[in-house]
Design a protein around this ligand. Structure first.
Ligand code: PLP
Length: 382
């Protein structure tokens, strides 16, 4: 269904984030229909969107929580996720964050270095606890996505390199307050070439074989997240190809008897449910270019400025003949441009504009730069 804004919301002050909870529910249903029969556990990556009404729906569908900061662990607990369904990842966890997660007795820490293991062991010991740990490996698999959201290449800062892994596993075994429960990998985001997940599976199979040969039993495998969405066709492809995604792992990942497999999806779950609604402040004609200047900018949606990312843009008001516009925000930065050369029906001051597929990594990255007020969040379809 094409995006529609209910007439009641035409007078809502702009800009605002518009979340379609009915679409979120349909997405979660499709996700669980693909995951559950194959016995995959899904953790939602909170960093994509941390709004409580969204988290509550996700929790109610039986997903766990994947956090990358102490604040996210706290938010997951506030939203009602059971501590036993929370994992904590991140290349630079502070002592305070680790202590908070230990005290909450979360299910698992995804650790990335011997230096981190030493700190985790000491802090767990001081609390009289044992911390469960999955080691994040850097599988050196190219995700074929934007360089800024590629995380599984040897050159990236994330994970433990394949050659270092045996030594790190041995070191972990020497630490009294840690328990190795599995391996973790996350190779990037907005992955649309699913064969990448077959490669990841094969790499994990090799690692598992090597570790089993050394006598290590791994009850859990966490293959990370990264499934992409269609930014070009948010209406036609509102729900990602979860079947294709899980069947890749089903086909290629070798599971040991009783082994649990976890995935951590963020974007694929929430991206299409969010739309940024904005109003045209001015249309400005320069020598070469016609600008549509919106009341939303990079302070509300940073992805285009940060990654040059594409979002579908629609004028919800006008039905005039199409023209070309550079669609920009009001912020004092030239990178505050949503997209250049956008075909829109003839656009005027006051027209409502929808920027699509912003439910993930949209509102969470908003800032107060230029002393901008935070945009409201509006929920429909509940
Ligand atoms: C960001 C992140 C995810 C989620 O990535 P998506 O592309 O949103 O699915 C999963 N795991 C880890 C460790 C992450 O950092």
């Amino acid at each position: 269904m094409p995006f529609q804004l209910s007439s009641a919301l035409h007078t809502q002050p702009t800009p605002f984030y518009h979340y379609d909870l009915a679409l979120l529910d349909r997405t979660l249903t499709a996700l669980q229909q693909a995951a559950k029969p194959r016995n995959f556990q899904v953790h939602y990556a909170l960093k994509a969107n941390v709004n409580l009404p969204i988290l509550e729906r996700i929790k109610n569908q039986g997903l766990g929580a994947d956090c990358v900061s102490g604040g996210e662990v706290q938010r997951a607990l506030e939203a009602g996720f059971a501590p036993g369904h929370i994992v904590f990842a991140g290349v630079g966890k502070s002592d305070a964050e680790i202590n908070l997660a230990l005290a909450a007795d979360i299910w698992c820490f995804n650790a990335e270095s011997t230096a981190e293991l030493a700190v985790l062991d000491a802090l767990a010991g001081a609390q009289g606890r044992t911390a469960r740990v999955a080691l994040r490996v850097n599988p050196n698999v190219d995700a074929y996505t934007h360089p800024h959201i590629t995380t599984g290449l040897a050159a990236n800062k994330f994970g433990i390199s394949l050659t270092d892994l045996p030594a790190v596993v041995a070191y972990l075994g020497s630490l009294p307050n840690l328990e190795l429960v599995g391996l973790h990998a996350h190779i990037g985001s907005q992955i649309t070439n699913l064969s990448v997940f077959a490669k990841l599976s094969e790499r994990l199979n090799e690692l598992q074989t090597a570790l089993t040969d050394q006598g290590h039993h791994l009850p859990h495998l966490n293959v990370g997240g990264g499934l992409g969405v269609s930014y070009e066709h948010p209406d036609e492809q509102a729900i990602p190809d979860f079947e294709g995604y899980f069947s890749m792992f089903e086909k290629h990942l070798v599971r040991r008897p009783g082994q649990q497999v976890h995935v951590e999806l963020g974007r694929a779950i929430v991206a299409q449910a969010g739309t940024l609604i904005s109003r045209v402040l001015y249309v400005k004609q320069s020598q070469q270019t016609q600008f549509a200047i919106l009341d939303a900018g990079m302070t509300e949606l940073m992805r285009p400025a940060l990654y040059g990312s594409y979002h579908h843009i629609q004028n919800l008001t006008s039905t005039g003949p199409e023209q070309l516009y550079d669609v920009v925000g009001p912020i004092c930065e030239s990178s505050d441009t949503f997209r250049k050369g956008v075909q829109l029906p003839q656009t005027q001051r006051g027209d409502l504009v929808a920027i699509r597929s912003v439910g993930a990594y949209g509102e969470v990255m908003s800032s107060g730069y230029n002393l901008r007020e935070k945009a409201a969040a509006v929920y429909v379809g509940q």
